[in-house]
Write a new protein. Structure first.
Length: 368
């Protein structure tokens, strides 16, 4: 399968950012300089990341990473980038759990220094399962690993999710309650519907996404359960692992919220299946035995005492959430002239075939 060029992730000038960062750093640590500034190749299309080192006689740390709210001129993927919320979430997870997260150093709410709010954290060394090309394709460290090594990584990943859900008292995460009315699941889904309305404002709507919302309503859980601190983007592509296939840093907390446990579990299971489906469609075997739903659910239940429920709902919800993001990303590519605008807006959703099958109930065995 030929690789498409990475979608544009920013309209900012890295050299200008470097100059401004050095000037700002001196206000927090007099005499300090930001050196070795780099933009990682995996920089996302939501918050942007800068890597740099602190040059100072007594730096709090040397290796740093900076998370910067997205450039509004870059046709942003999300309507808002609440850096304070992310900063508070990272601090809470660090203080109340043994889930490995980078240590946050400074928060800057004023957009003047770099053009948008940002925070600085320690930079952790490790390996990330790649998205481009996905780790399910041959040619990367996770695909080349043994079955035993991948099983070790999978077990450790489910374990950290279980610890996150069990160790943070929900009342301490009330700043993550989403706006609206009803229980946390209702608010979460309503927020996704509002996000969809923002994505299609002024452009063609997606009949498939609207059908998925209708199907979701039919599958609505009778009892969503007690909410927990939900990571929101719970997938292995947001985790740094060491050479022993052990997580050393959990990244990307911009979608954190109070939500049912299954919101994270459904996202973790589905996002692997999304990559696996793409790989199988290209004629490769992929990693069909990895992150299987039955095994993930069983391990999570063993670790927490909570048996995951209503997973048909939550896996469909994950596919629906991902579809809205994919629709916005594709619209963004159209905006920048990277892809043509198709006649059918649903085909802008990379996984429109599997999402339609889920809505129709013909996707197949959900255990794999």
């Amino acid at each position: 399968m030929a690789t498409a060029p990475r979608p544009r992730t920013t309209t900012r000038d890295p050299e200008d950012l470097a100059r401004r960062l050095t000037a700002w750093l001196g206000t927090r640590l007099p005499g300090a300089k930001a050196v070795g500034i780099a933009v990682p190749a995996s920089n996302g299309m939501s918050s942007e990341t800068l890597l740099f080192d602190i040059e100072h006689p007594e730096p709090p740390v040397r290796a740093c990473a900076l998370r910067l709210a997205a450039d509004p001129a870059a046709y942003t993927v999300f309507p808002e980038y609440d850096m304070v919320r992310q900063y508070r979430t990272l601090r809470l997870v660090a203080e109340r759990t043994d889930v490995p997260v980078p240590r946050v150093l400074w928060l800057e709410e004023d957009p003047e220094p770099l053009g948008a709010p940002f925070f600085v954290m320690t930079r952790v060394e490790g390996r990330v399962p790649p998205d481009v090309m996905p780790y399910t394709y041959a040619g990367n460290w996770l695909h080349a690993a043994s079955d035993e090594e991948r099983a070790r990584l999978e077990a450790a990943t489910v374990r950290l999710l279980a610890r996150l859900h069990d160790q943070v008292p929900p009342q301490e995460a009330e700043f993550l309650v989403l706006p609206g009315a009803g229980d946390p699941l209702r608010r979460h889904v309503d927020a996704q519907r509002a996000y969809y309305e923002w994505v299609v404002d002024g452009v063609a709507r997606s009949p498939l996404i609207e059908d998925a919302f209708d199907r979701l309503a039919q599958l609505w859980p009778r009892d969503p359960g007690t909410p927990v601190l939900s990571w929101g983007d719970a997938r292995i592509g947001n985790i740094l692992y060491d050479d022993g296939f052990t997580p050393v840093a959990v990244l990307d907390w911009e979608m954190a919220a109070l939500a049912p446990r299954e919101t994270d579990l459904g996202w973790m299971i589905y996002l692997h299946r999304f990559f696996q489906d793409l790989t199988a469609a290209s004629g490769q075997r992929g990693l069909p035995g990895f992150l299987r739903r039955d095994r993930v659910e069983a391990r999570y239940a063993e670790l927490t005492g909570h048996t995951p429920r209503d997973m048909e709902f939550h896996i469909l919800y994950a596919a629906l959430r991902h579809a809205i993001v994919m629709l916005r990303v594709a619209r963004r590519q159209v905006y920048f002239g990277e892809v043509p605008l198709p006649a059918d807006p649903d085909t802008l959703i990379l996984h429109h075939g599997s999402l339609r099958a889920m809505v129709q109930g013909s996707y197949g065995d959900a255990a794999g």
